[in-house]
Ligand binder design. Structure first.
Ligand code: DC
Length: 206
């Protein structure tokens, strides 16, 4: 299942809860962009240069273990959640080389787990275009920025524009996605609704 949307639309909360309800693995693909950004920052690579970012990553191994992101087997879950890594992740996510490398890793992860609830920006359009159920979440700007406490509304707006207007895989709803506004909705209610749609449309198929 693919769940896409901008920052603060509730993707992670919803995807995690749905995965647990459906007995599927949860994949936060934003964490994988954050991992590349962290390593590139630590290597002092030029984040505006896609080749330099891929070079800085070369030789490292990405993992997700018990829902926590690892780099070379080391738990880096906390390190990738800072505001500066968040900003850098949006910057390195514009590079097609980075996106290609991560999309391959993400598909491999989903296959290895026999399916997953994957959330991100391009899951329904690029990573898993054959997903049985695609969901695109939206929410009002003020709701999104209050959910993303670590960034100001202005920073969030800047990142939104970068994520939605980049040439490589911009954030957009797949044509066959179910579009849901989460501004006024409870997580439990949305999980129930999507789990229902999942069983009706996909059944046990993935
Ligand atoms: O969801 P997040 O805030 O952890 O994502 C961090 C950045 O990574 C975000 O600015 C957009 C980018 N991203 C992406 O381009 N494609 C994805 N599938 C997931 C995240």
């Amino acid at each position: 299942m693919a769940i896409d949307g901008m920052a603060g639309t509730g993707k992670s909360t919803l995807a995690r809860a749905l995965a647990s309800r459906l007995g599927l693995t949860f994949l936060d693909t934003g964490a994988t962009y954050r991992a590349i950004a962290l390593v590139a920052m630590e290597a002092r690579a030029d984040l505006s240069d896609g080749e330099a970012v891929v070079d800085a990553w070369r030789g490292h191994v990405l993992g997700i273990s018990a829902g926590r992101l690892t780099i070379d087997g080391e738990d880096r879950e906390e390190a990738i959640r800072t505001a500066s890594v968040s900003e850098s992740a949006s910057r390195i996510a514009v590079h097609p080389q980075v996106r290609k490398m991560l999309a391959e890793w993400q598909r491999g992860f989903v296959e290895a787990h026999g399916g997953a609830v994957a959330e991100g920006r391009d899951i329904g359009t690029v990573v898993l275009p054959e997903a049985g159920l695609k969901v695109f979440l939206v929410a009002r700007d003020e709701v999104r920025s209050s959910r993303r406490g670590e960034v100001t509304a202005a920073e969030l707006a800047k990142r939104d524009i970068r994520d939605a207007t980049r040439r490589a895989d911009p954030v957009r709803a797949a044509e066959d996605a179910v579009v849901l506004d989460t501004s006024e909705r409870e997580v439990g209610e949305l999980v129930g609704e999507l789990a229902g749609i999942y069983w009706l449309t996909v059944g046990g198929e993935g």
